[in-house]
Design a protein around this ligand. Structure first.
Ligand SMILES: [Zn+2]
Ligand SMILES: [Zn+2]
Length: 316
């Protein structure tokens, strides 16, 4: 079968055997995959990755211990936990210290014709769910994680910095939650996606608000984002960090201390929170698809995804 291989910055295709299915696991056939910034970072050599990438997917179950799963279309949680440690017993499998992560840490990813994942990671999709919406479940869950971590009453105003894929999803999720959302970005055409569902958008470069928002989400992906967020948040407010920036971020901590700001790191989230939003008209997912490529053209797909300003690139 065909598999995407990442190594030393290069994307290549390899012919490898169909993986063995261990007990408790399902054998899955890839229907659609989404390339995310993490995949591009793996390509650049972060985490010393070499192997099959891919953690955003829709697949069909080919073989499983549970007969009713076979033939179903599924999405899947990407953390493979030990189910034995203290974190797992508290339902925090996403923080299990022994976990492997699909397509990221010690677990071959979804960008191959067939791959395996524990049955307990899978969520069966409703029959009518469009594949091109469902493929966003994992990044949508990452956006929903904010509302699991921080209680933001509906009607409150939240600032979102950044208009990349995650920034747009966050703005739309917060809007669907009932917040007033003010999104700051650099690309008019991307901001239009969120503006269409009632997000108030603003191009960066104008006056930067000072101490205006009770909640500020940094999804810029840049070191500058945290500094900007720290300047925009009100005393006693909360800054939610969604950008994984590589290297050190220099930030003046004095105003954070004086103003008693809460900093919340936020990573991936529960699929249960994201799945209902796949059917929410205020979450514009199709508008975020920039291009579709067949799996064998993964190298071209990765190149397209890496071009500045590109939204979601799908592999099919
Ligand atoms: Zn991702
Ligand atoms: Zn564990």
């Amino acid at each position: 079968m065909l598999a995407v291989h990442l190594e030393n910055g290069a994307v290549s295709m390899r012919e490898i055997p169909v993986p063995d299915r261990l007990p408790g696991f399902a054998l899955l056939r890839l229907l659609a995959g989404g390339i995310c910034n993490t995949d591009l970072e793996l390509q650049r050599g972060y985490y010393g990755f070499s192997g099959v990438p891919g953690h955003e997917f829709v697949a069909q179950v080919v073989a499983a211990d549970t007969p009713s799963l076979i033939g179903q279309r599924v999405v899947g949680e990407i953390n493979l936990a030990c189910h034995a440690c203290e974190w797992c017993s508290r339902g925090l499998e996403r923080h299990c210290p022994h976990r492997t992560v699909l397509g990221i840490v010690n677990q071959p990813g979804a960008f191959q014709e067939f791959f395996v994942l524990p049955e307990s990671n899978l969520h069966v999709l409703p029959g009518a769910m469009a594949m091109e919406r469902a493929v966003f479940t994992e990044p949508l869950a990452a956006a929903c994680e904010i509302l699991d971590q921080v209680s933001i009453p509906a009607g409150e105003t939240v600032a979102v910095l950044g208009d990349g894929k995650l920034g747009l999803l966050i703005a739309m999720v917060l809007r669907a939650h009932g917040c007033r959302v003010r999104q700051f970005g650099r690309h008019a055409e991307k901001l239009r996606i969120a503006a269409a569902v009632g997000v108030e958008v603003e191009m960066e470069g104008g006056r930067q608000p000072v101490a205006e928002y009770g909640w500020v989400v940094d999804a810029t992906g840049s070191a500058e984002g945290l500094r900007a967020a720290a300047a925009m948040v009100r005393p006693r407010g909360t800054v939610i960090l969604k950008s994984t920036v590589h290297g050190m971020v220099a930030v003046d901590t004095a105003p954070l201390i004086v103003n008693e700001i809460t900093l919340v790191g936020s990573r991936c989230g529960r699929f249960e929170a994201a799945l209902p939003l796949l059917e929410h008209p205020g979450i514009r997912l199709e508008a975020m698809i920039a291009a579709r490529y067949p799996l064998q053209d993964a190298a071209a797909a990765f190149a397209r995804a890496a071009a500045p300003g590109t939204l979601k690139v799908l592999l099919q």
